[in-house]
Design a binder for this molecule. Structure first.
Ligand SMILES: Cc1ncc(COP(=O)(O)O)c(C=O)c1O
Length: 393
């Protein structure tokens, strides 16, 4: 971009970063155009098709003319289905006034922060963590405060460090469990610590629960169900990962009524609503058979075992066992290469696209993010290629 173009943009645009996954995907696609056979382990998207009954509901909705604007917070039938599902899965009382349907979980982040965060506020975010958290916090003139997650603690945080991170300017803590990029899952005592500090210091908790169905050994727990937490928790959830519906752009936020009303006003002034037919597909997703959701989670479980056991045989790499989501986060510090050098090396020499861990925060340096949302044959081949490339380093 030349200087004259750059200067035409608002200064806040300098605060907004791109996303490593999208950039690496574009680079890998370029190599494919040159005839290279890249295995994609960089994109955080289930490789399954959207289950048939959900697609059928979407198609039927289109045929019935569900192609119009809808009410800004979503159609009532979908909001009711979401409220029922959230009451069942989190054990909290939810009415449709607490539910706002949004085009994807990512946009909820922007809307919620716009509604709650003042310039100069501090927001505690996991590091490594989903890159949009720090980008959007910074865009709004607020300060992201990194809370390190430690491999030795199975990518949980240290309680003393969370306490120390809180200041009079702290307005929100963002948690994400199961987590992108580490696959870590917070346990009840972690959630209790966050809850206690949030209540003590009058802090909001944004709980990103988009991977809640993809959890292997534990049962999913939401901080919203701890005593006194519902009113200060914002649950961010979506159909994207659970139902393999990333392109339908359908998510929802569960929060206190005053915040839901503010988010609705932001929707009125931005997207107007979520896609009409997608919302009907969402009803089918929530009210229809959940068999495929469980089958997908089981498949991720098998792939996790395959990937983690292979990664642990690669010289100078070690990988702990992720408890959820569909990412492995191997430690490559023993290789002597940085995260970026290693991911460039593997793309150039093994035709493997994956992400450097430092794109998820400073504490991700020395790690790689491997998405195992691809078939087992692909994963086997990818593991062999990586192994071979590392042995000839
Ligand atoms: C932690 C986390 N939150 C939110 C999202 C965004 O989800 P959606 O596709 O529904 O916008 C993602 C997508 O990768 C994610 O990893």
């Amino acid at each position: 971009m030349d200087q004259s173009t750059k200067s035409r943009l608002a200064s806040r645009m300098q605060l907004l970063k791109g996303e490593g996954a999208i950039e690496t995907f574009a680079k890998a696609k370029n190599l494919e155009l040159q005839g290279r056979k890249i295995i994609h382990l960089e994109i955080g998207e289930p490789d399954f098709v959207t289950p048939d009954h959900i697609v059928a509901a979407g198609v039927e909705a289109l045929q019935q003319g569900r192609t119009r604007y809808t009410p800004a917070p979503g159609i009532t039938e979908l909001r009711k289905a979401i409220a029922t599902e959230v009451m069942r899965s989190r054990g909290i009382a939810v009415s449709i006034e607490n539910v706002v349907v949004v085009p994807g979980a990512k946009f909820i982040l922007m809307l919620t922060l716009l509604a709650l965060i003042e310039p100069g506020d501090e927001v505690i975010i996991p590091d490594p963590g989903y890159p949009a958290y720090s980008s959007v916090v910074a865009l709004l003139g607020a300060k992201p405060i990194a809370l390190p997650l430690y491999e030795e603690l199975e990518f949980h945080f240290d309680e003393a460090e969370l306490r120390a991170a809180i200041s009079p300017r702290t307005r929100m803590i963002i948690i994400n469990s199961p987590q992108n990029p580490t696959g870590g899952v917070l346990n009840k005592s972690d959630l209790e610590v966050v809850a206690e500090l949030a209540k003590e210091n009058d802090i909001w908790v944004l709980s990103d629960e988009v991977y809640r169905h993809i959890i292997f050994d534990d049962k999913f727990q939401s901080i919203s169900s701890l005593p006194g937490m519902q009113d200060r928790t914002i649950i961010l959830d979506a159909f994207s990962k659970s139902y393999s519906m990333t392109g339908w752009r359908l998510g929802y936020v569960i929060c206190a009524e005053d915040l839901a009303e503010a988010i609705t006003r932001l929707i009125i002034n931005s997207t107007s609503c979520s896609a009409d037919f997608s919302q009907y597909a969402g009803i089918a997703a929530l009210t229809g058979s959940q068999d495929q959701v469980f089958a997908m989670a089981e498949s991720f479980h098998r792939r996790r075992d395959l990937v983690v056991s292979s990664l642990n045989t690669i010289p100078n790499w070690k990988c702990n066992t992720p408890a959820g989501a569909f990412y492995a986060f191997p430690n490559i510090k023993g290789s002597g290469l940085s995260s970026q050098q290693m991911s460039d090396y593997l793309l150039d020499h093994a035709d493997i696209a994956l992400l450097p861990g430092n794109g998820f925060g400073a504490n991700g340096e020395g790690y790689l993010r491997i998405s195992y949302a691809t078939s087992e044959p692909n994963l086997r081949q990818a593991m062999q290629r990586i192994d071979k490339a590392i042995r000839s380093l």
